[in-house]
Design a binder for this molecule. Structure first.
Ligand code: TYD
Length: 209
């Protein structure tokens, strides 16, 4: 990774992204396991809620009644704490970090989904991350139909309760930002093991763990 001061250090930072039901949480774990098996200290974490303060923010974010800008600011606050407390120190000691969501989620969900604008939301995220950025962003892409089935949980959160149109916009935003920013799109419709193998082969090709 590259620190705020631009100094290259040993650890690498991988972010797993995708819409609700894309399977990113399922996939982040085997990726972290394989990195550990390869001999790296590995930290598996997530947003929102990767710290104790973040857990409180997560509850408000997933269940509270929030204006879109308040939502964007709380996501950024969660991220600032996460970078300071977890991601930054891990990378500084040479660990590999796998985060289930990071800045791309805000660009897509708040920037496009909530129509706040990608540039405005990116400025907030830049303030929150203080220069820490991922070495690799993987986006799990699933069809609208698969997404609908997987989102049908008994206790959906505020995002999962959003309209089909919102989720379709999220998917499109991931795909178009991926093309612009070098994020790697992986077909998440396939079997869990097949997707895990694909993710590992991309990580090996890009980062040589
Ligand atoms: P997540 O924990 O990944 O949900 P799940 O594991 O149930 O799929 O994320 C919770 C929600 O937070 C998800 O719907 C996306 C949303 N989110 C944003 O809108 N912006 C962000 O910056 C982040 C990190 C998450």
């Amino acid at each position: 990774m590259t620190s705020a001061a631009g100094v290259h250090q040993g650890g690498k930072f991988i972010v797993v992204e995708g819409g609700d039901g894309s399977g990113k949480s399922t996939q982040a774990r085997p990726l972290a396991d394989r990195l550990r098996d390869a001999g790296h200290e590995t930290v598996l974490t997530r947003e929102p809620g990767g710290t104790a303060s973040g857990a409180a923010l997560r509850q408000v974010l997933l269940e509270g009644s929030l204006d879109a800008r308040a939502e964007a600011l709380l996501m950024a606050a969660d991220r600032a704490q996460h970078v300071t407390e977890v991601i930054g120190p891990a990378l500084a000691r040479g660990a590999w970090v796998v985060s289930d969501r990071f800045v791309p989620s805000s660009l897509v969900y708040q920037g496009v989904g909530r129509a706040l604008g990608v540039d405005a939301v990116e400025a907030l995220s830049d303030f929150a991350t203080a220069g820490i950025s991922p070495d690799l962003v993987l986006v799990l892409d699933i069809s609208d139909d698969v997404s609908k089935v997987r989102r049908a949980s008994e206790d959906p959160d505020r995002f999962e309760r959003e309209s089909e149109e919102f989720h379709a916009r999220v998917r499109e935003a991931y795909r178009s930002l991926a093309a612009q920013r070098g994020w790697v799109v992986v077909d998440g419709n396939l079997e869990v093991d097949v997707v895990a193998d694909k993710i590992w082969s991309v990580a090996c090709e890009r980062l040589e763990p």
